[in-house]
Structure formats: C-alpha cells, structure tokens
Design a protein around this ligand. Structure first.
Ligand SMILES: Nc1ncnc2c1ncn2[C@@H]1O[C@H](COP(=O)(O)OP(=O)(O)OP(=O)(O)O)[C@@H](O)[C@H]1O
Ligand SMILES: O=P(O)(O)OC[C@@]1(O)O[C@H](CO)[C@@H](O)[C@@H]1O
Length: 311
C-alpha cells in the first residue's frame, strides 16, 4: 500500500496574469483553485497512473469540508487528523507574458502535542513491512524541525519504505532518519551538500554521497534543465522536454508519484525515471495544481531519451 503524508496541506489558488506589477492593483485574467500540498499532489498523480494510495496528514477543521469534497470528487482515499484553525491558502502566480512562476506559501495552522501524537499513533498502526510512505512538504507551526526524523524512524522500524521530499531545516534533520529515497530539486541538494558545478555528472556524484546516510535512490530535479537519477545500480540523466508551461507547481510531486507507483509495480530504475520525467513534464503542461491526464503522460513518455552517466 502507498501512503502519502502531508503535514501541511494547502488550498492552492493559481492566478493567471500577464505581468505582475509590485505596489499596484493587479487584476487577474482568471484563477483556479485546488486542494494541494505535496503529498496530496502525489496521491492525485498515483490515481491517474492507475494506482491506489491513502492521503494522511493534518487538516484544519474550519475549512475542511471544501477540501475533503475535492478529494472525494477525485476518488482519493484520505484519513486526516483534524486540527484547530484553517488549512492555509497558498497563492501561485503565473505571469503568462513574462513566463515567471511565483509561489506565496503561508505557514499554516498550529499543531498541538496531542495532534502530533494522534498522527504518530495512526502511522504506527497503519505501517506494515514493504508499505511505501511518501513524506512531503513543509512542517506546520507547533512541530519541531526534527518531526520528520521521528516519523522516518518509526516507519523504518516497521519495515516500510520511506520516500522523502522536503526543504530547509526539515530536509537537513530528516536526513538523519535515513530515508530510503530522496527527491530534492537542485537548490535543496545544494543546501545539504557542497556542489559547485551543475553538470549532470557532478550532480550524480554529489547525490551519490548521500548513500553514506543510508539513502538508496536520489532523484534530483532541475526544472527545465531536466533531472538526474542515481541508484546503487545506475546513474541516469534526462534533459528537460520542451513544453508549453501552464504551471510548474506540483512538477516535483509528479516525479515522487511516479517513483512510488513504479516501486509498487516492481518497475526497474530506468522505467521509474522515464515515468517520473513524463509525469513531471505532463504536469507542467497542465494548469493549476491539477494532475496531468494519462494520455499526456503517455505522449511525453515516448519523447524521453535517458543518458547513462559513467561515474
Ligand atoms: N519549464 C519546464 N520545462 C520542462 N520541464 C520542466 C519545467 N519545469 C519543470 N519541469 C520538469 O519537472 C521536473 C521537476 O521540476 P522542478 O525541478 O521545478 O521540481 P520541484 O522544484 O520539486 O517542483 P515543485 O516543488 O513545484 O513540485 C523537472 O525535472 C522537469 O522534468
Ligand atoms: O510549503 P510547502 O509545503 O513546501 O509546499 C506547498 C506547495 O507549494 O507544494 C505543492 C507543490 O509542490 C503545492 O500544492 C503547495 O502549495
């Protein structure tokens, strides 16, 4: 079973505008609204791929009904810990003329010690050997930066496979829990490692140094420059696929969806990586924080050529 854990979900409002002018009244051309947060986006794409997952995490009581209806309409299975307050609203600004993509993300609700323990108990009850757990996104207020370490250790004791995608202090601390698979973007990788060059071979070498921490696979995404995937067996690079960008939000999450779905289906590293790049490219070509269609993913899958990196 695949579980996605989103401690800090978000209502994502994507605003389409020609050019944003600071300090002025700006009027959008149109906007889209989606239930988001990294793990939730992962579950959306797993569903499109034909897989099954369960959405876990915290959710604010005050605006939970809109959020859960969105997930029900998508036929996603969920089991949130409801907490006091509102789930945050994150603003994604797409400047169509300037091709600039800006995120304004809020902190989110405040978690109590009790909320935290309810989630930990739930994870303890659900986790079984070989289950796949995706831990993704920022941490809300009220939990310490090492919360992910606690979760990763608990899940690994249960024999589950942990895929981890976070940034800042949550990423630095989380690494201490020895997650199995990481999906940093290039900036996140640079925040935990010394990496002066940005060519695929240097990135692969640097990512491989994380194997000393017990990590077994690392997928480093580099926006339109593509991605590098290193595992104990192989190092691969894919160029970015030219695409008309509608929204970059959730591109990395689509890669995590492909990794977890691919693992659950016993795909090999090359198949997983190709699917990851196809899902991410198809997401970028999709508006708002909506999952791409299966047809789009299959269309891009045909265009991907992997390069083996000789270490
Ligand atoms: N402008 C783009 N053109 C083509 N492909 C893109 C573009 N932006 C992203 N991608 C694809 O999406 C993948 C993930 O993008 P990125 O590196 O921005 O992830 P991220 O920072 O984790 O994203 P997010 O946190 O918004 O989910 C890239 O490796 C690439 O395959
Ligand atoms: O603030 P975080 O938790 O780091 O990121 C949250 C977020 O930007 O991630 C998703 C895109 O990856 C969006 O659905 C959501 O708004």
């Amino acid at each position: 079973m695949i579980y996605t854990v989103t401690p800090n979900p978000a209502i994502d409002i994507t605003i389409y505008i020609d050019t944003l002018e600071r300090g002025k009244v700006n009027r959008s051309r149109y906007f889209l609204i989606d239930a988001g947060g990294k793990g939730i986006n992962v579950s959306k794409v797993i569903k499109i791929l034909g897989g099954k997952s369960k959405v876990l995490g915290f959710l604010g009581k005050e605006n939970s009904s809109w959020f859960t209806k969105y997930l029900q309409d998508m036929k996603l299975d969920f089991d949130f810990v409801l907490v006091e307050g509102f789930t945050r609203t994150n603003i994604k600004i797409v400047e169509e003329k300037d091709k600039a993509y800006t995120d304004l993300n809020q902190n989110g609700f405040e978690i109590t010690e009790k909320d935290k323990n309810v989630l930990l108990d739930k994870l303890k009850t659900l986790a079984n050997p070989n289950d796949i757990f995706v831990l993704s996104g920022s941490l809300p207020s009220g939990v310490k930066a090492d919360f992910y370490v606690e979760i990763i250790r608990l899940l690994k004791r249960k024999g589950a496979v942990v895929i981890f995608d976070a940034d800042g202090a949550a990423l630095k601390y989380g690494l201490e829990g020895n997650p199995d698979i990481l999906k940093p973007n290039i900036n996140e990788l640079q925040s935990v490692l010394t990496l002066n060059e940005e060519n695929p071979l240097a990135i692969a070498r640097s990512a491989k140094s994380l194997f000393q921490k017990g990590v077994k696979k690392v997928l480093v995404s580099m926006g339109d420059k593509g991605a590098v995937f290193v595992t104990e067996q192989i190092s691969l690079y894919s160029k970015g696929i030219p695409v008309e960008v509608k929204s970059t939000a959730g591109a990395g999450d689509s890669m995590v969806a492909a990794i977890s779905y691919g693992l659950s289906k016993g795909m090999n590293d090359e198949e997983i990586f190709k699917l990851a790049v196809a899902c991410a490219t198809a997401k970028v070509a999709t508006e708002g924080v909506k999952p791409p269609t299966k047809k789009e993913i299959e269309r891009f899958l045909k265009k991907i050529k992997l390069e083996r990196l000789v270490m």
